[in-house]
Design a binder for this molecule. Structure first.
Ligand SMILES: C[S@@+](CC[C@H](N)C(=O)[O-])C[C@H]1O[C@@H](n2cnc3c(N)ncnc32)[C@H](O)[C@@H]1O
Length: 317
């Protein structure tokens, strides 16, 4: 199957990153290489390091972007390990970072990857094929409470309890092996009058995917570290697809944009907190009507961009 993914809010991301030809850039979510290709096209002596957990994405992007030679440094790995990865290439700071979180269209559309509630694939959902733990283990191995907690926390699903109970009941008859079986169990567990907009299994599939790939684990700490690894004037652009991720990004940006947090009644600052970034998107950027027409998957996407201030702390990486 061909690796297809339409990059989301491409122009806004590239403009927002304000790319310098000789800069060092990091794309944590390479996917189909759409954003990376545009970054690379603007580099002269600069470099782009790009990670993806999915070795199929890495292989496809290596081929697609081979024209850029050693400007392009792809790594099969987790962007949360960016410090070691960057250091491994001998860099100690970044001029720009892009995160386009979540899954690619290729992962969603490829039934054998088991991400989609449409069609019928084996329960998998691993971004990284070398990982053992998959959706099969969550659905067949987690206790009812654990399942409910995952579906509720990561899917914000009000019927998490009913869905967890239905999964446990069904698997007493035999293992649940496919996305089709799971989607059917979820649909039946949600009362008919609440099966409103969108597919009833959407939220639960999102929750299981987040659990399988540990998507929210350490994300906040990673974003803080990424921002602190930016050179002065460097920029970070992050695209999120659901409120759980967006909340993390929004809060990190807000915290790092805030100066002294001392009680206003104190005559002098004792906390020492200094503003580290300027948030360039007071409200998140969303896809235009035109983009949505061509790519409905951009519907829930939100883009936030921030710039590292000139005199701020920078961690050693
Ligand atoms: C939305 S797609 C990125 C698409 C890409 N911007 C493009 O233009 O083609 C997200 C990609 O990030 C990868 N990914 C998600 N979380 C990751 C992580 N923690 N570390 C590395 N890659 C990750 C997924 O495997 C997927 O290929």
């Amino acid at each position: 199957m061909e690796f297809k993914h339409v990059p989301i809010m491409l122009d806004a991301c590239i403009e927002g990153l304000n790319i310098k030809g000789n800069g060092v850039y990091f794309d944590g979510t390479l996917g189909g290489g759409g954003h990376s290709g545009e970054i690379l096209g603007r580099l002269t002596s600069g470099k782009l390091i790009a990670t993806d957990l999915d070795d199929e994405a890495i292989a496809a992007a290596k081929e697609k972007l081979s024209f850029y030679g050693d400007k392009f440094l792809p790594v099969h790995g987790n962007f949360k390990n960016f410090k070691e990865i960057i250091r491994g290439f001998g860099f100690n700071g970044l001029d720009g970072i892009l995160l386009d979180l979540g899954v690619s269209s290729y992962q969603l559309d490829n039934r054998s990857r088991g991400f989609s509630y449409m069609g019928n694939g084996k329960l998998d959902m691993r971004m990284d094929g070398s990982q053992d733990f998959s959706a099969y283990d969550v659905i067949n191995g987690y206790g009812e409470n654990e399942l409910r907690n995952v579906i509720s926390a990561y899917g914000e699903e009000r019927f998490a309890g009913k869905i967890a109970a239905a999964i446990v009941k069904k698997r007493a008859e035999g293992e649940i092996r496919t996305t089709g079986e799971l989607a059917e169990i979820i649909e039946e567990a949600i009362p008919k009058k609440f099966r409103g907009e969108g597919h009833p299994a959407k939220r639960t599939f999102q929750a299981v995917r987040i659990e399988v790939n540990g998507e929210l684990r350490g994300l906040k700490e990673c974003i803080y570290d990424m921002i602190r690894s930016l050179n002065p004037g460097g920029r970070i652009a992050i695209i999120t697809f659901h409120s759980l991720e967006d909340r993390v990004v929004k809060q990190c940006f807000k915290d790092l944009e805030t100066d002294c947090v001392c009680d206003k009644r104190l005559p002098v600052c004792v906390c020492g907190k200094k503003k580290e970034i300027e948030v360039l998107t007071k409200k998140p950027i969303t896809a235009s009507a035109r983009e949505l027409q061509n790519n409905p998957r951009a519907k829930s996407a939100k883009l936030r961009i921030a710039e590292k201030l000139q005199i701020t702390r920078k961690i050693k990486i």
